[in-house]
Design a binder for this molecule. Structure first.
Ligand code: MRU
Length: 354
């Protein structure tokens, strides 16, 4: 039977109408609404507001945005088109700082542009379209491969804990951390999945619980502060999370709260796996200290989701959107090329040679 969730295209190019089509992830699970965006400011805002979110999906959206921006240009020479493209690229790159896929995808688009040197404006535009579509299509295959490798680490009937949403809507298809769950479901693995709600933006409650429920996976929603008790009660045999940027030494930035889950998993002797495509691995960051952590507005903590403010007016807040899990807490990093184990400085760079 067709999985009703993995067929959803959360990011799509409607080239005929010069439009980027996005599943609005801010209104799920109550509304399934697709946005049709033409203006660069709207694409930037959709990334910043998390209407499109999840590292691979952000990269795909940015690649389509860069193509649409170039397509719109009235430049008549290669050089003039490049200047317009660069403006769009640099602008989109300011939308969010942590997920390296955003920069990876935009740089890949620029590399392709440069490969077309000497070609006509129409040819360059066609090449950019091809590149953005390739980024999307490759991500689908990459996620499937991550899912297969991760599934080899799991056993039927296991209880799995995940944090945030690294599912199909965060990627082209399948997701990263949720990919083995979907692939396992096809094989009758019967996993019992615990989804952390993921304060403050509730990606676990609104997106992961929704995705898995729609797909018919046995999913139980818990508050973030319940991860310890479900581990202690023996309900969890492995933790699977996605990632926004992995440093060369294996330190991994993911949604705020992830590192706490990893510390708990270590305490309870539960394997903790990070699932990430090579496009999320940034060998230029030596350690997690080099990763730029996004800070977001106070309202996400104090008022959002509430009928009235749940904090005294004017209270200081600190709202980092990500944290870094130390490599020593990570059992393995699952990529499309295989599973990297410590020492990560060696195993991750080896992955790029495969
Ligand atoms: O702020 P978000 O919702 O974009 O954060 C997303 C995550 O932390 C995901 O785990 C990560 O991007 C991997 S998505 C396959």
């Amino acid at each position: 039977m067709q999985n009703p969730v993995t067929v959803i295209q959360s990011v799509r190019l409607d080239d005929e109408n010069d439009t980027l089509v996005l599943l609005d992830q801010t209104v799920l699970p109550n509304e399934t609404n697709f946005l049709e965006l033409k203006e660069m400011e709207d694409i930037w805002d959709a990334i910043y507001q998390l209407k499109v979110r999840g590292a691979p999906a952000i990269g795909i959206a940015a690649a389509y945005g860069a193509y649409l921006g170039a397509k719109k240009s009235t430049a008549e020479t290669y050089e003039a088109l490049f200047a317009d493209f660069k403006k769009v690229k640099d602008y989109l790159a300011t939308s969010r700082p942590t997920a390296v896929n955003l920069f990876w995808a935009l740089n890949r688009m620029e590399d392709r542009f440069k490969q077309e040197a000497g070609k006509s404006v129409a040819e360059v535009k066609a090449a950019l379209k091809e590149e953005s579509e390739a980024i999307r299509a490759e991500d689908e295959k990459i996620c499937e491969a991550i899912g297969e490798h991760a599934l080899s680490l799991l056993e039927p009937g296991w209880g799995l804990l995940t944090h945030c949403n690294a599912g199909t809507i965060a990627t082209a298809k399948y997701g990263t951390a949720l990919a083995p769950i979907y692939l396992g479901q096809e094989k009758g693995y019967d996993f019992k999945v615990y989804a952390d709600e993921t304060r403050p933006l509730l990606q676990g409650a609104r997106l992961t619980a929704w995705e898995l429920q729609q797909a018919g996976v046995d999913v139980t929603l818990i508050c973030d502060n319940m991860a310890s008790i479900v581990m202690k009660e023996g309900k969890i045999q492995a933790v699977l999370v996605g990632c926004d940027r992995v440093a060369a030494n294996g330190d991994a930035a993911n949604k705020i709260g992830t590192s706490g889950v990893a510390i708990l998993a270590k305490h309870y002797n539960i394997p903790f796996y990070v699932c990430a495509p090579l496009s999320t691995i940034d060998l230029e960051c030596q350690t997690g200290d080099d990763i730029h952590i996004e800070l977001r507005p106070s309202e996400e903590i104090t008022t959002k989701w509430y009928e009235q403010s749940m904090a005294p007016e004017g209270v200081q807040t600190y709202n980092p959107a990500f944290d870094v899990t130390d490599h020593s807490l990570i059992t393995g990093i699952v990529t499309e090329k295989g599973i990297a184990y410590a020492p990560y400085t060696e195993s991750l760079s080896e992955m790029f040679k495969k």
